[in-house]
Design a protein around this ligand. Structure first.
Ligand SMILES: [Zn+2]
Length: 254
């Protein structure tokens, strides 16, 4: 985690740990007066039932994306819709950050499938989370996609090394928004591309050298692929090589 530590100073780490502890204490206290229900189906007394967990933990599959070069697509653990969509919504908009754990397991399976399908040499891969806007981070109490990437990296590490794929992947939140964008939810594919064109940039003061580094883009939901394409544009123009895209879930082509 040497590289990851470069992205945050110790004060940030301390405040994150404190806020994590506060959230955990709040959740536990709340659970005493208001019992947990499954975030996917509402079943009582369980935060995530076994059936809903299975909807987001894989096995991973590959989904080509319309408009991307031939052979390019997304490795994902779930098709977006139904239970998976309800869970992602609970995670993003209803404070169910406890879902980062099972989502991490799904993302880890997507990452492992992506790695196993690649003939890249065994140098450490960078996992680049698609950045959240400042507004989304404020609303959600943090960068959920970066948290998802960190959880997945921890989970996949042992299998990655045991599989002969070199050092475990490193989470590298190297990108940021350089201007405001509209909420993508209601936009068409063409409008999404326009909304995002030139919206992302490398984080100022970045100390990580990107040229020739192998990167995998990580996002929670891939729909039209516009966000991943903009992310790939910035990484490629910084000299990095984009090796794949992994999503927790992907909207299947109809
Ligand atoms: Zn359930």
């Amino acid at each position: 985690m040497l590289f990851e530590a470069n992205f945050m100073n110790s004060a940030e780490i301390t405040s994150r740990t404190r806020s994590d502890r506060f959230r955990e204490a709040w959740r536990l206290g709340w659970g005493l007066v208001w019992p947990a229900v499954c975030a996917g189906c509402g079943a009582p007394d369980v935060a995530l039932c076994a059936a809903c967990r299975r909807a987001v933990t894989g096995p991973a599959f590959f989904q080509p994306v319309v408009g991307w070069p031939p052979g390019w697509g997304v490795w994902a653990a779930a098709a977006y819709g139904g239970t998976a969509a309800r869970l992602v919504l609970s995670w993003k908009e209803r404070g169910r950050h406890d879902l980062t754990g099972p989502f991490g397991a799904g993302m880890a399976s997507a990452l492992m499938a992506c790695r196993e399908a690649s003939s890249e040499p065994a140098s450490p891969w960078l996992l680049v989370p698609v950045p959240s806007s400042a507004g989304a981070r404020r609303r959600r109490g943090g960068d959920l996609v970066a948290a998802l990437a960190r959880r997945a990296a921890r989970l996949v590490g042992p299998a990655w090394v045991a599989g002969g794929h070199g050092p475990p992947p490193i989470v590298a939140p190297v990108l940021t928004h350089q201007r405001d964008v509209r909420d993508q939810g209601e936009l068409s594919a063409r409008a999404r591309r326009k909304n995002l064109a030139g919206a992302l940039a490398l984080r100022p003061g970045l100390r990580l050298s990107l040229p020739q580094r192998g990167c995998v883009i990580v996002d929670d939901v891939v729909t039209t692929g516009a966000t991943a394409a903009e992310t790939a544009r910035v990484l490629t123009s910084a000299g990095a090589r984009v090796l794949g895209v992994c999503g927790l879930s992907v909207a299947l082509r109809r």
